[in-house]
Design a protein around this ligand. Structure first.
Ligand code: 3HC
Length: 687
């Protein structure tokens, strides 16, 4: 068995090698091994310096998240780092990969830092609802100043080697062999007899209150509802006003307090869930994948274009296919414009733009799919058109090519049957805008082969997305759950709530926007078309709540037309519109509905519990295998507040018995068509 930590020496230079795959997290075994290495360094007079090196793909990527909820075993990271810093002999950190969290803190406690040119540095703690707890907020300002400290520890940004070097976070970058460079560096400082340079001895920068106040305001706006960024700022402010020991102690206290918070539990749950969804029944890292180098995208509307740009940005060759020269030119012009804008904004450079453009070939001829390893169909949501397309793909695509549809709600098994290649067919459902939204629902049909699902999931990861596997049903995970939320929202309008009150309650809950602001953004015309297409599936009560159709008939198409639910003035800001209120009131009068006052709590519970109940039903029906899929999909697909952990995690935190009781009350009031019983919810535990 491989040792987690091994010690070796080359003359006067000792090296401690950490080998704790996959990311060399600073587990108890790693910390114990490092402490033993320090003992040997101290006790052997013939040793004059120590290099800390990691095997595999990265230097220590942080404390071991899986140890957070257990007892704190000695030596703890802050003490270990203090010991390294206090060492009378120089300790050098050899940095490659992603030097994150406790890994970066450990490096900052060393006396020198040599990095590979492509290393990345950061404090992702805020994304876990905690703050650096082993000196990050105390040593970073001393080495690299306040702006970089805020960017890393409060905003959770990462920087590359060049930026880290320029700011003073590291001492040297090497393009050559890292091990050789570190060894030479170690020999040179030993030869010079230089005493260790301790970060804690550097002067603290002055507290720039203007900068700190601005950072606080930005955090309140951009990381709305999250406590950790504000706690990180609190630690930084304290550190600037106190000596190093007091600052380290306070930082550690705040970190431990944050670890115990519900937000941190929720965020850590999501971190692990986002990785767990890669393993789903029948799919695991050992499942073979089909090579995907060339992808055909059919249909170049908004979604198709987003998919093309995402694929090209990830280095894949793309065949973009439109139904006419006109749509092709329109799509090409829009994509070229978007790439040019990215250059202007400094998001990519000109060579990258040229590379991306070169990767895309354009065609109006369906036979161009013949070279593709994967075909993603993204044409309009018309069943007959899609079925005919899949029948054609079945005869044109090369053997073994994966045939994926980006449909939002059509029956994938029917498309699979039409293709004559059901094992090769699956859903690949992106969210708008496809180049921004993280989620891809990988929809597994009855006959989809495991290697097809695994391939599409692997590709999604390559695109920087999170893939969640769903079975076939109306709307899959996100749209099916959202449809229940929208339905409740329309019923609440009939019963007495206003669109603005409903949106406000959801924004206060933590969503980026409420259903009505979102509806205006997506376009009332689009929702009207979807409603028409699904008319045969609507209940009489759903048919009656036809607000979208009424807005459409009134030409209120949403933000684009200057009015939808809201009115949009010159400044483009959404304003509650009395016309909408009149429309709702007239609707209630027409249908003899008595409108009453509805509390914020009732609005919240009806909307969120409608999603919770539907999520539980997705598990009941085997559409997803676990609660994790639901939480990951809803956070990454529709902006369910990340710090609440997803709808099912949140419901469990609220107490599932109470949630189930409320749902039972709604069922009594409104009938089980709208609040069907879920055995999974009845079990009283999602996790
Ligand atoms: N502790 C324990 N396990 C970890 C881990 C950590 N810090 N970081 C990653 N892992 C595990 C993942 O859970 C995953 O396990 P699995 O294969 O069983 O699902 C495996 O390592 C691989 O992770 P990824 O799939 O994320 O691999 P990538 O190559 O895509 O990304 C990474 C690698 C950039 C290092 C990414 O995993 C990451 O960002 N990790 C989190 C780093 C982090 O948050 N560090 C701070 C920890 S808190 C801390 O240090 C507190 C300190 O201040 C006291």
């Amino acid at each position: 068995m491989r040792e987690t930590v091994t010690f070796s020496r080359d003359g006067a230079i000792a090296t401690v090698l950490i080998d704790n795959p996959p990311v060399n997290a600073a587990s108890a075994a790693v910390r114990t091994g490092l402490a033993a290495a320090l003992d040997r360094l101290d006790s052997d007079d013939s040793l004059q310096a120590l290099i800390i090196r990691c095997a595999g793909r990265t230097f220590i990527a942080g404390a071991d998240i899986k140890e957070f909820d257990g007892p704190q075993t000695e030596p703890q990271l802050p003490e270990l780092i203090a010991r390294i810093e206090a060492s009378a002999k120089p300790v050098i950190a050899e940095l490659h990969g992603t030097i994150l969290g406790g890994g970066l803190e450990l490096a900052l406690g060393c006396h020198a830092r040599i990095a590979a040119h492509d290393a990345q540095f950061g404090f992702p703690e805020v994304r876990l609802g905690i703050i650096p707890g082993a000196g990050g907020t105390v040593r970073t300002p001393r080495l690299a100043g306040l702006p970089l400290t805020i960017s890393l520890a409060v905003e959770g940004k990462q920087v590359g080697s060049e930026e880290a070097l320029a700011a003073g976070l590291i001492d040297r970058i090497t393009d050559g062999a890292l091990e050789t460079a570190t060894a030479e560096f170690a020999r040179a400082i030993v030869a010079k007899g230089e005493p260790p340079r301790r970060t804690r001895d550097l002067p603290s920068p002055v507290a720039d209150n203007e900068l700190l106040d601005a950072a606080e305001q930005t955090a309140r706006r951009r990381q709305r509802g999250q406590d950790a960024p504000l706690i990180a700022l609190q630690a930084i402010r304290f550190g600037l006003a106190h000596d190093v020991d007091a600052a380290l102690a306070e930082e550690h206290r705040l970190c431990r307090q944050a670890i115990a918070s519900p937000q941190s539990s929720a965020l850590r749950h999501l971190f692990l869930a986002e990785r767990a969804v890669a393993r789903t029944p029948g799919i695991n890292p050992a499942t073979p994948v089909r090579p995907i180098n060339q992808v055909a995208v059919i249909g170049l509307g908004t979604m198709g274009r987003g998919i093309v740009t995402t694929l090209a940005a990830a280095g894949l060759k793309v065949i973009a296919i439109a139904r006419s020269d006109e749509s092709l030119t329109k799509a090409r012009t829009a994509i070229d414009k978007a790439w040019a804008q990215s250059v202007t904004r400094g998001q990519i450079d000109e060579p990258a733009r040229i590379d991306r453009a070169d990767r895309v070939s354009w065609s109006t001829d369906l036979s161009a799919v013949a070279g593709a390893d994967l075909v993603i169909e993204s044409v309009g949501e018309v069943r007959e058109i899609k079925e005919a397309l899949f029948a054609a793909l079945g005869s044109i695509a090369k053997p073994g090519a994966i045939l994926a549809t980006n449909t939002s709600y059509l029956d994938i098994d029917a498309l699979a049957a039409a293709s004559g290649r059901p094992a090769d067919t699956c859903g690949m459902h992106f969210f708008n805008p496809a180049d921004v939204m993280k989620l891809v629902e990988c929809v597994r049909g009855k006959a989809t082969a495991p290697d097809v699902v695994a391939s599409v999931m692997a590709l999604s990861k390559r695109l920087g997305k999170i893939a969640v596997v769903s079975g076939v049903c109306d709307g899959f995970i996100v749209n099916r759950m959202l449809a229940k939320r929208s339905r409740e929202a329309y019923f609440l309008l009939e019963e007495g709530a206003s669109p603005w009150a409903i949106d406000r309650v959801l924004v206060d809950f933590g969503f980026p926007m409420g259903p009505f602001a979102l509806g205006d953004l997506a376009g009332i015309d689009l929702q009207h078309t979807v409603r028409q297409a699904r008319a045969d599936r609507l209940t009489p009560r759903e048919k009656r709540a036809d607000f979208v159709d009424q807005l459409f008939a009134a030409g209120r198409l949403g933000r684009r037309s200057g009015a939808g639910w809201y009115a949009y003035g010159e400044d483009g800001k959404a304003k509650p519109d009395p016309m909408t209120e009149a429309l709702i009131a007239a609707h209630a009068t027409k249908h003899a509905i008595k409108r009453v006052e509805i509390t914020d709590e009732e609005i919240r519970d009806r909307l969120i519990f409608a999603m919770v109940n539907e999520g539980a039903r997705l598990i009941d029906e085997g559409i997803v295998s676990r609660a994790q899929e639901i939480d990951v999909a809803m956070v990454n697909g529709i902006g369910f507040p990340r710090h609440l952990g997803g709808p099912l995690w949140w419901a469990q935190e609220m107490g599932l018995t109470g949630v189930a009781d409320k749902i039972a009350r709604f069922r009594d009031e409104q009938g089980d068509t709208y609040w069907p019983t879920s055995p999974t919810l009845g079990k009283g535990q999602f996790y």
